[in-house]
Design a protein around this ligand. Structure first.
Ligand code: TXA
Ligand code: MG
Length: 332
Protein backbone atom coordinates (compact mmCIF):
# COMPACT_ATOMS: atom_id res chain seq x y z
CA UNK A 1 0.00 0.00 0.00
CA UNK A 2 1.16 3.55 -0.68
CA UNK A 3 2.36 5.15 2.53
CA UNK A 4 2.58 8.89 2.75
CA UNK A 5 2.89 10.47 6.14
CA UNK A 6 3.43 13.95 7.32
CA UNK A 7 4.68 14.69 10.82
CA UNK A 8 1.92 16.16 12.97
CA UNK A 9 3.06 18.08 16.03
CA UNK A 10 1.44 17.62 19.41
CA UNK A 11 0.69 21.32 19.35
CA UNK A 12 -1.49 20.94 16.25
CA UNK A 13 -3.53 18.25 17.97
CA UNK A 14 -3.99 20.45 21.02
CA UNK A 15 -5.18 23.35 18.85
CA UNK A 16 -7.61 21.04 17.06
CA UNK A 17 -8.90 19.79 20.41
CA UNK A 18 -9.45 23.35 21.63
CA UNK A 19 -11.65 24.10 18.63
CA UNK A 20 -13.60 20.85 18.93
CA UNK A 21 -14.11 21.49 22.67
CA UNK A 22 -15.62 24.88 21.75
CA UNK A 23 -18.11 23.23 19.39
CA UNK A 24 -16.27 24.22 16.22
CA UNK A 25 -15.40 22.23 13.11
CA UNK A 26 -12.01 20.65 12.38
CA UNK A 27 -10.84 18.88 9.23
CA UNK A 28 -8.64 15.91 10.09
CA UNK A 29 -6.95 13.10 8.16
CA UNK A 30 -8.02 9.47 8.26
CA UNK A 31 -6.66 6.51 6.29
CA UNK A 32 -9.66 6.66 3.92
CA UNK A 33 -10.39 10.34 3.19
CA UNK A 34 -10.32 13.57 5.20
CA UNK A 35 -13.15 14.04 7.70
CA UNK A 36 -15.09 17.20 8.57
CA UNK A 37 -15.37 16.66 12.29
CA UNK A 38 -17.31 17.96 15.29
CA UNK A 39 -17.95 16.78 18.84
CA UNK A 40 -20.44 13.97 18.23
CA UNK A 41 -22.16 14.56 21.58
CA UNK A 42 -22.80 18.26 20.92
CA UNK A 43 -25.85 18.59 18.69
CA UNK A 44 -25.20 22.26 17.91
CA UNK A 45 -21.70 21.46 16.72
CA UNK A 46 -23.10 18.62 14.63
CA UNK A 47 -25.57 21.02 13.00
CA UNK A 48 -22.62 23.07 11.78
CA UNK A 49 -21.39 20.07 9.77
CA UNK A 50 -24.65 19.86 7.83
CA UNK A 51 -24.51 23.61 7.11
CA UNK A 52 -20.83 23.69 6.12
CA UNK A 53 -21.23 20.77 3.72
CA UNK A 54 -24.67 21.74 2.50
CA UNK A 55 -25.62 18.19 3.37
CA UNK A 56 -29.15 16.79 3.20
CA UNK A 57 -30.65 16.70 6.70
CA UNK A 58 -31.63 13.03 6.33
CA UNK A 59 -28.13 11.75 5.54
CA UNK A 60 -26.62 10.51 8.82
CA UNK A 61 -23.02 10.94 9.97
CA UNK A 62 -20.47 8.35 11.02
CA UNK A 63 -19.27 8.47 14.63
CA UNK A 64 -15.51 7.97 15.02
CA UNK A 65 -14.22 6.37 18.22
CA UNK A 66 -10.70 6.07 19.65
CA UNK A 67 -10.91 2.30 20.07
CA UNK A 68 -13.31 -0.62 19.82
CA UNK A 69 -13.81 -0.81 23.58
CA UNK A 70 -15.71 2.47 23.36
CA UNK A 71 -18.38 0.99 21.09
CA UNK A 72 -20.53 -0.20 23.98
CA UNK A 73 -20.89 3.38 25.27
CA UNK A 74 -22.60 4.52 22.09
CA UNK A 75 -24.18 1.48 20.45
CA UNK A 76 -25.48 -2.02 21.09
CA UNK A 77 -23.83 -5.07 19.57
CA UNK A 78 -26.79 -7.36 19.06
CA UNK A 79 -25.29 -10.58 17.72
CA UNK A 80 -22.17 -12.62 17.09
CA UNK A 81 -21.91 -11.60 13.46
CA UNK A 82 -21.63 -7.94 14.43
CA UNK A 83 -19.06 -8.82 17.06
CA UNK A 84 -17.03 -10.85 14.60
CA UNK A 85 -17.03 -8.00 12.09
CA UNK A 86 -15.78 -5.64 14.80
CA UNK A 87 -13.08 -8.09 15.89
CA UNK A 88 -11.96 -8.68 12.32
CA UNK A 89 -12.05 -5.24 10.69
CA UNK A 90 -11.87 -2.58 13.37
CA UNK A 91 -9.85 -0.42 13.74
CA UNK A 92 -9.65 0.16 10.02
CA UNK A 93 -11.51 1.42 6.94
CA UNK A 94 -14.76 -0.20 8.03
CA UNK A 95 -17.99 1.33 9.37
CA UNK A 96 -20.50 -0.87 11.13
CA UNK A 97 -24.15 0.15 11.46
CA UNK A 98 -25.38 -0.73 14.96
CA UNK A 99 -28.34 -0.03 17.17
CA UNK A 100 -27.83 3.45 18.59
CA UNK A 101 -27.75 4.39 22.28
CA UNK A 102 -29.51 7.56 23.50
CA UNK A 103 -26.26 9.38 24.24
CA UNK A 104 -25.82 10.00 20.49
CA UNK A 105 -27.81 13.12 19.54
CA UNK A 106 -30.60 12.53 17.05
CA UNK A 107 -29.19 14.91 14.47
CA UNK A 108 -26.06 12.74 14.12
CA UNK A 109 -28.18 9.84 12.91
CA UNK A 110 -30.97 11.95 11.36
CA UNK A 111 -33.44 10.30 13.73
CA UNK A 112 -32.50 6.77 12.66
CA UNK A 113 -32.43 4.06 15.32
CA UNK A 114 -28.98 3.02 14.14
CA UNK A 115 -25.57 4.67 14.12
CA UNK A 116 -22.52 4.19 11.89
CA UNK A 117 -19.46 3.50 14.03
CA UNK A 118 -15.88 3.65 12.79
CA UNK A 119 -12.50 3.40 14.52
CA UNK A 120 -9.87 4.93 12.21
CA UNK A 121 -6.44 3.32 12.14
CA UNK A 122 -4.65 6.40 10.81
CA UNK A 123 -2.15 7.53 13.43
CA UNK A 124 -3.11 11.20 13.44
CA UNK A 125 -6.84 10.46 13.66
CA UNK A 126 -6.13 8.05 16.45
CA UNK A 127 -3.94 10.52 18.40
CA UNK A 128 -6.60 13.20 18.04
CA UNK A 129 -9.42 10.93 19.23
CA UNK A 130 -7.21 9.78 22.08
CA UNK A 131 -6.97 13.26 23.65
CA UNK A 132 -10.72 13.97 23.37
CA UNK A 133 -13.39 13.15 25.92
CA UNK A 134 -15.97 12.53 23.19
CA UNK A 135 -16.17 10.86 19.76
CA UNK A 136 -16.03 12.80 16.48
CA UNK A 137 -18.99 12.87 14.10
CA UNK A 138 -17.59 13.31 10.61
CA UNK A 139 -18.60 12.94 7.00
CA UNK A 140 -16.04 13.11 4.22
CA UNK A 141 -14.57 16.61 3.93
CA UNK A 142 -16.08 17.84 0.68
CA UNK A 143 -19.04 19.98 -0.23
CA UNK A 144 -22.05 17.77 -1.00
CA UNK A 145 -21.91 16.38 -4.56
CA UNK A 146 -18.13 17.08 -4.89
CA UNK A 147 -15.37 14.43 -4.88
CA UNK A 148 -14.19 13.53 -1.37
CA UNK A 149 -11.04 15.25 -0.12
CA UNK A 150 -7.87 13.15 -0.07
CA UNK A 151 -5.40 16.05 0.29
CA UNK A 152 -5.80 19.39 1.97
CA UNK A 153 -4.91 21.40 -1.13
CA UNK A 154 -8.03 19.99 -2.87
CA UNK A 155 -10.50 21.08 -0.20
CA UNK A 156 -8.85 24.17 1.25
CA UNK A 157 -10.84 26.64 -0.87
CA UNK A 158 -14.13 24.82 -0.18
CA UNK A 159 -13.68 25.00 3.57
CA UNK A 160 -11.24 27.75 4.51
CA UNK A 161 -14.02 30.04 5.73
CA UNK A 162 -16.15 27.29 7.23
CA UNK A 163 -13.86 25.43 9.62
CA UNK A 164 -11.69 26.60 12.48
CA UNK A 165 -8.77 24.23 12.02
CA UNK A 166 -7.31 21.86 9.45
CA UNK A 167 -4.81 19.14 10.30
CA UNK A 168 -2.76 18.40 7.19
CA UNK A 169 -1.67 14.76 7.26
CA UNK A 170 -0.60 14.57 3.62
CA UNK A 171 -2.42 12.39 1.10
CA UNK A 172 -4.93 9.88 2.44
CA UNK A 173 -3.42 6.41 2.27
CA UNK A 174 -6.43 4.57 0.85
CA UNK A 175 -8.25 7.39 -0.94
CA UNK A 176 -11.80 5.93 -0.86
CA UNK A 177 -14.24 6.10 2.03
CA UNK A 178 -14.79 3.19 4.42
CA UNK A 179 -16.88 0.11 3.71
CA UNK A 180 -20.30 0.67 5.30
CA UNK A 181 -21.78 -2.61 6.50
CA UNK A 182 -24.97 -3.56 8.31
CA UNK A 183 -25.95 -7.00 9.53
CA UNK A 184 -29.43 -7.72 8.13
CA UNK A 185 -31.15 -10.99 9.09
CA UNK A 186 -27.83 -12.32 10.35
CA UNK A 187 -25.93 -11.61 7.12
CA UNK A 188 -23.45 -8.76 6.66
CA UNK A 189 -24.71 -6.45 3.93
CA UNK A 190 -22.44 -3.92 2.26
CA UNK A 191 -24.29 -0.62 1.89
CA UNK A 192 -21.23 1.19 0.54
CA UNK A 193 -18.21 -0.80 -0.68
CA UNK A 194 -14.72 0.23 0.37
CA UNK A 195 -11.23 -1.08 1.01
CA UNK A 196 -12.60 -3.99 3.08
CA UNK A 197 -14.18 -6.04 0.33
CA UNK A 198 -17.07 -8.49 0.03
CA UNK A 199 -14.43 -11.20 -0.39
CA UNK A 200 -12.68 -10.12 2.87
CA UNK A 201 -15.98 -10.33 4.77
CA UNK A 202 -16.88 -13.71 3.24
CA UNK A 203 -13.54 -15.07 4.42
CA UNK A 204 -14.42 -14.43 8.07
CA UNK A 205 -18.24 -14.69 8.15
CA UNK A 206 -18.86 -17.12 5.31
CA UNK A 207 -21.43 -14.96 3.53
CA UNK A 208 -21.85 -11.32 2.59
CA UNK A 209 -24.55 -9.55 0.59
CA UNK A 210 -24.11 -6.36 -1.37
CA UNK A 211 -26.94 -3.83 -1.58
CA UNK A 212 -28.47 -3.73 -5.04
CA UNK A 213 -28.01 0.06 -5.02
CA UNK A 214 -24.23 -0.12 -4.96
CA UNK A 215 -24.18 0.08 -8.77
CA UNK A 216 -27.70 1.36 -9.37
CA UNK A 217 -29.59 4.56 -8.79
CA UNK A 218 -31.67 4.41 -5.62
CA UNK A 219 -35.08 5.95 -4.96
CA UNK A 220 -37.46 6.07 -2.00
CA UNK A 221 -36.72 4.21 1.22
CA UNK A 222 -33.22 2.74 1.34
CA UNK A 223 -31.01 1.21 4.05
CA UNK A 224 -28.48 4.02 3.74
CA UNK A 225 -29.63 7.53 2.79
CA UNK A 226 -26.24 8.31 1.23
CA UNK A 227 -27.27 6.07 -1.69
CA UNK A 228 -29.87 8.61 -2.75
CA UNK A 229 -27.72 11.60 -3.48
CA UNK A 230 -25.59 12.92 -6.28
CA UNK A 231 -21.98 12.24 -5.40
CA UNK A 232 -18.31 12.53 -6.29
CA UNK A 233 -18.93 14.92 -9.20
CA UNK A 234 -16.51 17.25 -10.95
CA UNK A 235 -18.05 20.22 -12.78
CA UNK A 236 -17.25 18.74 -16.19
CA UNK A 237 -19.61 16.03 -17.44
CA UNK A 238 -18.15 12.55 -16.96
CA UNK A 239 -18.72 9.31 -18.85
CA UNK A 240 -17.70 5.84 -17.74
CA UNK A 241 -16.31 3.78 -20.62
CA UNK A 242 -14.98 0.23 -20.90
CA UNK A 243 -11.38 0.25 -22.08
CA UNK A 244 -12.26 -1.41 -25.42
CA UNK A 245 -14.54 1.53 -26.32
CA UNK A 246 -12.35 4.47 -25.30
CA UNK A 247 -10.75 5.08 -28.70
CA UNK A 248 -14.13 5.00 -30.42
CA UNK A 249 -15.86 7.28 -27.91
CA UNK A 250 -13.07 9.88 -27.67
CA UNK A 251 -13.58 10.73 -31.37
CA UNK A 252 -17.04 12.11 -30.56
CA UNK A 253 -15.62 15.02 -28.54
CA UNK A 254 -13.50 18.13 -29.27
CA UNK A 255 -11.40 18.06 -26.15
CA UNK A 256 -11.92 14.87 -24.17
CA UNK A 257 -9.92 14.39 -20.98
CA UNK A 258 -9.25 10.72 -20.33
CA UNK A 259 -8.65 9.12 -16.96
CA UNK A 260 -7.36 5.60 -17.36
CA UNK A 261 -4.44 3.20 -17.11
CA UNK A 262 -0.92 3.66 -18.51
CA UNK A 263 -1.67 1.91 -21.81
CA UNK A 264 -3.96 4.70 -23.05
CA UNK A 265 -2.14 6.96 -25.48
CA UNK A 266 -2.75 10.47 -26.78
CA UNK A 267 -3.32 14.01 -25.55
CA UNK A 268 -4.98 14.90 -22.29
CA UNK A 269 -4.69 11.43 -20.83
CA UNK A 270 -4.25 11.29 -17.07
CA UNK A 271 -2.96 7.97 -15.76
CA UNK A 272 -4.88 6.80 -12.70
CA UNK A 273 -2.64 3.78 -12.12
CA UNK A 274 -2.46 0.16 -13.22
CA UNK A 275 -3.74 -1.66 -10.15
CA UNK A 276 -6.86 -1.21 -8.03
CA UNK A 277 -5.04 0.02 -4.91
CA UNK A 278 -3.37 2.81 -6.91
CA UNK A 279 -6.59 3.71 -8.70
CA UNK A 280 -8.46 3.95 -5.37
CA UNK A 281 -5.66 6.09 -3.98
CA UNK A 282 -5.60 8.46 -6.95
CA UNK A 283 -9.15 8.72 -8.20
CA UNK A 284 -10.63 11.60 -6.20
CA UNK A 285 -7.64 13.92 -6.57
CA UNK A 286 -7.38 13.11 -10.30
CA UNK A 287 -11.08 13.82 -10.86
CA UNK A 288 -10.39 17.29 -9.52
CA UNK A 289 -7.28 17.64 -11.70
CA UNK A 290 -9.17 16.45 -14.78
CA UNK A 291 -11.85 19.05 -14.05
CA UNK A 292 -9.26 21.84 -14.08
CA UNK A 293 -8.31 20.96 -17.66
CA UNK A 294 -11.74 22.18 -18.76
CA UNK A 295 -12.34 19.63 -21.49
CA UNK A 296 -15.80 19.07 -22.95
CA UNK A 297 -15.99 15.64 -21.27
CA UNK A 298 -14.04 13.45 -18.87
CA UNK A 299 -13.96 9.85 -20.09
CA UNK A 300 -13.16 7.47 -17.25
CA UNK A 301 -11.97 3.93 -17.89
CA UNK A 302 -14.15 1.40 -16.03
CA UNK A 303 -12.50 -1.28 -13.86
CA UNK A 304 -13.34 -4.88 -13.13
CA UNK A 305 -15.89 -5.33 -10.33
CA UNK A 306 -13.87 -7.86 -8.33
CA UNK A 307 -12.37 -6.97 -4.94
CA UNK A 308 -11.64 -3.28 -4.52
CA UNK A 309 -12.96 -2.75 -8.06
CA UNK A 310 -16.54 -2.74 -6.72
CA UNK A 311 -15.79 0.26 -4.47
CA UNK A 312 -14.10 2.13 -7.31
CA UNK A 313 -17.00 1.45 -9.67
CA UNK A 314 -19.54 2.46 -6.98
CA UNK A 315 -17.92 5.93 -6.88
CA UNK A 316 -17.33 6.23 -10.63
CA UNK A 317 -20.85 5.25 -11.65
CA UNK A 318 -22.17 8.11 -9.49
CA UNK A 319 -19.51 10.50 -10.77
CA UNK A 320 -20.82 9.70 -14.26
CA UNK A 321 -24.48 9.94 -13.19
CA UNK A 322 -24.98 6.33 -14.32
CA UNK A 323 -23.82 7.01 -17.90
CA UNK A 324 -21.72 3.99 -18.81
CA UNK A 325 -20.64 2.76 -22.25
CA UNK A 326 -19.90 -0.95 -22.09
CA UNK A 327 -17.73 -2.97 -24.46
CA UNK A 328 -20.72 -4.88 -25.82
CA UNK A 329 -22.87 -1.81 -26.51
CA UNK A 330 -23.66 -1.66 -30.23
CA UNK A 331 -23.55 2.12 -30.63
CA UNK A 332 -22.46 4.68 -28.15
O1 TXA B 1 -14.19 6.69 5.35
C1 TXA B 1 -15.22 7.23 5.72
O2 TXA B 1 -16.24 6.59 6.01
C2 TXA B 1 -15.21 8.77 5.85
C3 TXA B 1 -14.19 9.14 6.93
C4 TXA B 1 -14.17 10.62 7.21
O3 TXA B 1 -14.45 8.40 8.09
N1 TXA B 1 -16.52 9.25 6.15
C5 TXA B 1 -17.52 9.26 5.24
O4 TXA B 1 -18.68 9.83 5.69
O5 TXA B 1 -17.40 8.83 4.12
P1 TXA B 1 -19.88 10.25 4.71
O6 TXA B 1 -20.81 10.99 5.60
O7 TXA B 1 -19.36 10.97 3.55
O8 TXA B 1 -20.54 8.89 4.32
C6 TXA B 1 -21.20 8.11 5.30
C7 TXA B 1 -22.15 7.14 4.65
C8 TXA B 1 -23.32 7.85 4.01
O9 TXA B 1 -23.61 7.20 2.79
C9 TXA B 1 -24.44 7.64 5.02
O10 TXA B 1 -25.73 7.63 4.44
C10 TXA B 1 -24.08 6.28 5.61
O11 TXA B 1 -22.66 6.28 5.66
N2 TXA B 1 -24.59 6.12 6.98
C11 TXA B 1 -24.24 6.79 8.09
N3 TXA B 1 -24.97 6.39 9.16
C12 TXA B 1 -25.81 5.42 8.70
C13 TXA B 1 -26.83 4.62 9.31
N4 TXA B 1 -27.14 4.74 10.60
N5 TXA B 1 -27.47 3.73 8.52
C14 TXA B 1 -27.16 3.59 7.21
N6 TXA B 1 -26.23 4.33 6.58
C15 TXA B 1 -25.55 5.24 7.31
MG1 MG C 1 -19.14 11.59 1.61
Amino acid sequence: MIKLTKIITKNELVLAKEELDKGNLVIFPTETVYGLGANALDSEAVDKIFKAKNRASNNPLIVHLKNVHEIEKYAVVNNEVEQKLIDSFMPGPFTIILQKKDIIPNNVTCNMETVGIRVPIDETAHHLLDILEYPIAAPSANLSTRPSGTRVSDIYEEFKDKVEFIIDGGESTIGLESTVCKVIDGIPTILRPGFITKEDIEMVIGSCNVSEFVLKEAHGKVESPGMLYKHYSPKTKCLLVDKEKIDEVRKDYHNPIILGDSTIMGDNVICYGDDLVSIAHNIFKLLREADEKQGDIILIQAVDLKGLGLAIMNRLIRTCEYNYIRKNDENN
